[in-house]
Design a protein around this ligand. Sequence first.
Ligand SMILES: [Zn+2]
Length: 346
Amino acid sequence: MRKLIPFIVGLCTVVGLSCGRTSITRKSTGDGGGSQAEKNYYIVKKGGSIDDIAKKTEIPAWSILNCNPELDENTKFGPGEKIKLYEKYYEIQPNDTLYGIALQNHANYGALIDLNNIENPDLILAGDKLRIPCPGKKSKHKLEREEKNHAYIERKEPRKTGYVVFPSGLKLQIVNDPKLTRKGKEFYDPRSSGNPLFKVEVKDLGRAVSRHFTLGDFLEIHVPRLESPNYKLKLNGDEYFAYGRLDPDFVGRLEKTRTCVGEPIEVDSGYRPWGYHKRIYRDIYGKMETKKSLHPSGMAADISSRSTRRLNRCVADIFNNSGIGTYDDEGFVHVDNRKGKARWSL
Ligand SMILES: [Zn+2]
């Protein structure tokens, strides 16, 4: 048996066999088959629509549209036109994580997964190549003037021990510390939603809470100067809350929304600690009316995707026409997990 190992290694080198390594990107762009190095652009042969090119190249239409913001679903192409399909190729380095790669390249995590048909995000191998998606549309808003109606939710006592378990299987330890959660404290839950506070470490930020969303997506700080240095984490130049609340059922509904939309969804704002939320309202609107929001309970998010119309349709369906605020001019939708009907638009 001892002699067999060098033989296999030799064969891998000479013949170029993959030798047990699973390549993540198996599909070719249709330009001459898999043996040729894949290019991030396509030269139109016969002409056609974005959908034709998507079919031919096996690159989703949303990826092509994100790379070419001047185009839309109805654009027709003629022979010889050169169309960008995704941002670039990236070779996985030792110790890379998928989330780290997404952050480094300013790419949406869920988009990276879909563009590379990744089954298990924890199984990526150095030397394999990934397609990096072009940046999607992200809303620039800081905080919506929201919650016109007081949301109805059941009041529940949060569990004091154990774990919060997300649809991905990720478990986070519950923190029971009245110094953080008592009335008026930074991580108070004004709505008594029953969603317990959990502690976050930097290593958790990249972990998936569902197939297309990471914990970091919901915990990013958008106005860092308004959050206390004691309560924040830093990763790749971005800042995140060091504690969070996030309703696993709400995450499940967002994942369903993602499936319905069929293209990447950006979380523009997810959890907001109570103290931070108040400071933000004071800073931006000079007022204190903040108690109606479900963001400090981990049951709300402001989301956006390339097709606002499709996103609006999907959230109406999956959130059962309840707890939806549409902000078409600013390009995002507020969704929350309230009971009872409430819709507003601004
Ligand atoms: Zn909101």
